[in-house]
Design a protein around this ligand. Structure first.
Ligand code: SF4
Ligand code: SF4
Length: 316
């Protein structure tokens, strides 16, 4: 399937979106307990991404070879000839159309399904079923990914449906898309959690595949918006990539210009959850040699940023 063509999914009149999964009862993705809708597909390829199975806009499979018993049922079932048994299942991804027949026949559940096309109205009605739970926990629904703004029309429909039922709505976005896409969602959002990964555009591109010019422009646009959402800037703290004084000072300089809406900065310490998924996808994890920071190092970096930013809450 053509990757660029797939990026338009949901931006048509069929009111469907491609998601990875819905996770229930998260405490990490906005206020209260939240159901999180992970959209499939992101224009960026961050080296530290903890959900690499969300990056491709295509539906795809992952193979957990530790569970596989080499029975060959998946290869027999694959009509595209994408799977061959060669001591173990070997996948030619360019031939795979994401039909998931192989996952259905695998009795060992060694094949995982990544990607699901759903009607936005059906998804909304399923999410609304938990409205009592949102009410009592002060939570709601968060769109995450992948990049929800890359499927902006279907994401807007989903948010609109949720707002009709009074559900609190948030989005986690890397802002790596056009302002037009982002603007479509703002009338239906209570909170925007937006990432910035590195202040140096060349280094940003090296580690994410995307320079930061559009992202920084979008950050300024968000801060000057008249819509009443709350705005939180998030910064993944990655050892030896973006946690140096110079970069944190530059982050503080950007933040000082966000005087209208920005409420706080959230630091997201590096973790390695999800690194096994790169193996399922047959991809290399670029940060294989990177260790998780000590608590003391994270605290020291957060305190440094705070010292550059009096008056702006920095949370970790
Ligand atoms: S069907 Fe499952 S267990 Fe059998 S070879 Fe394929 S992945 Fe392995
Ligand atoms: S998802 Fe479908 S096309 Fe792809 S490997 Fe499995 S059976 Fe073959």
């Amino acid at each position: 399937m053509n990757e660029k063509a797939d990026m338009t999914i949901g931006n048509n009149s069929d009111k469907s979106c491609r998601i990875l999964r819905v996770e229930k009862s998260s405490i990490y993705d906005g206020r209260g307990l939240r159901n999180v809708v992970f959209f499939k597909g992101c224009p960026m390829q961050c080296a530290w991404c903890s959900t690499p199975e969300s990056q491709s806009f295509n539906a795809e499979i992952g193979i957990d070879l530790a569970k596989c018993i080499n029975c060959g049922e998946c290869a027999k079932a694959c009509k595209k000839g994408a799977l061959q048994l060669n001591g173990q299942p070997v996948l030619q991804r360019e031939l795979c159309d994401g039909c998931f027949t192989c996952a259905e026949v695998c009795k060992k559940r060694a094949i995982k399904k990544y990607g699901l096309d759903v009607r936005t109205t059906q998804l909304a009605s399923n999410l609304v079923k938990d409205e009592i739970f949102y009410f009592h926990s002060g939570g709601g629904v968060t769109l995450s990914g992948g990049e929800p703004c890359a499927q902006s029309e279907s994401a807007a429909e989903l948010l609109h449906e949720l707002k009709k039922h009074g559900v609190h709505t948030s989005i986690e976005t890397a802002l790596c898309c056009s302002w037009e896409n982002i603007k479509t969602l703002l009338p239906y959002l209570d909170c925007v959690l937006a990432d910035i990964k590195h202040m140096d555009s060349d280094i940003h591109k090296r580690w994410t595949g995307f320079d930061n010019s559009t992202i920084i422009e979008n950050i300024h646009q968000l801060d000057s918006s008249d819509y009443p959402f709350s705005f939180i800037l998030r910064f993944p703290l990655i050892p030896d990539i973006n946690d140096d004084d110079e970069n944190l000072y530059a982050l503080a300089a950007l933040t000082r210009k966000l005087t209208k809406k920005l409420q706080s900065i959230e630091i997201l310490p590096y973790h390695r959850l999800g690194s096994i998924t790169y193996k399922y996808l047959g991809r290399d994890y670029r940060l294989e040699e990177t260790s998780v920071s000590t608590v003391a190092h994270i605290e020291e970096r957060v305190n440094y940023l705070r010292s550059c930013l009096p008056g702006v809450p920095v949370m970790a």
